[in-house]
Design a protein around this ligand. Structure first.
Ligand SMILES: Cc1ncc(COP(=O)(O)O)c(C=O)c1O
Length: 256
């Protein structure tokens, strides 16, 4: 009762002092009243697209998540075999597991980079993707990897977490494979405390990764709803994506 009286007195004092201040409009990192490209997330993703000269960028919660989302974006069947180098941070095979796949380790060469000869021997017909790692900022020779994987139709994801800004033969690491994954955790070149992002030119991979990321679930409600992003609009079943003038179809979402 005493508590109620003191709250009432507080309320009266506030009213006498000029009333309550109206709450300023809240601005959030990703969702608020602003157009998406004006939010912090939208501006960051647009800046990433510009820096990497990539069609799509997706901010997420960590580098591990970015690798897992890139793999999920490939739409592989659950339990697929995915190769990665034996010398890496534990997050690389963890991300493969997180995406529902089975990591198989490839040996390293004297430079502690993925050994191309061992890779060649491990590219069996079960292998559905390869995650290369630019460990400690030293570029894995993605061109040599792709010379083996492209003829087999096996996509390559770049774990470029420790290599933001580094290049291979003039191209930024993270832009050579199907997607590049980065971290913005506190000891990385861009520090957001925790965080990560992926970049890709593939609209299909980006659309799937976006749905799995949960970043736009408000616009996603089964088969008839649409998912909108500053560079992608898609709807399932008759699934279509469009980005500035081009239109293409997106295959059905994987079932889990
Ligand atoms: C090679 C590599 N991949 C993935 C990660 C995971 O990034 P995060 O800590 O943001 O999940 C790290 C972390 O340092 C890393 O070194």
């Amino acid at each position: 009762m005493a508590d109620l009286r003191s709250r009432r007195r507080l309320h009266q004092r506030r009213r006498r002092a000029g009333g309550y201040r109206r709450h300023p409009r809240r601005l959030y990192f990703r969702y608020d009243h602003r157009p998406f490209t004006e939010t912090e997330a939208g501006r960051f993703e647009t800046a990433l697209c510009d820096y990497f000269d990539a069609r799509h960028a997706l901010g997420c919660t960590s580098g591990t998540t970015a690798i897992a989302l890139a793999l999920l974006g490939l739409g592989l069947p659950p339990g697929a075999t995915v190769l990665c180098p034996a010398f890496t941070f534990a997050a690389t095979p963890s991300a493969i597991r997180l995406a529902g796949h089975n990591p198989v380790l490839v040996e390293c060469n004297a430079d502690l980079n993925l050994d191309i000869a061992d890779l060649a021997g491990k590219l069996t017909e079960d292998v559905r993707a390869v995650v290369v790692v630019h460990m400690r900022g030293f570029a894995c020779d993605v061109d040599a990897v792709r010379a083996l994987t492209d003829p087999l139709g096996i996509p390559v994801i770049e774990d470029a977490v420790p290599a933001l800004g580094a290049r291979l033969r003039g191209r930024l690491l993270g832009t050579i494979g199907a997607a590049g994954a980065f971290s913005t955790q506190s000891d990385k070149s861009i520090n957001t405390g925790e965080g990560g992002f992926l970049v890709t030119d593939s609209a299909d991979l980006f659309a799937r990764a976006t749905v799995y990321c949960g970043a736009y679930e408000a616009g996603w409600a089964g088969t008839s709803a649409s998912l909108t992003h500053h560079r992608v609009t898609c709807a399932t079943s008759t699934t279509r994506s469009s980005a500035g003038g081009w239109t293409r179809s997106v295959p059905p979402w994987p079932t889990r």
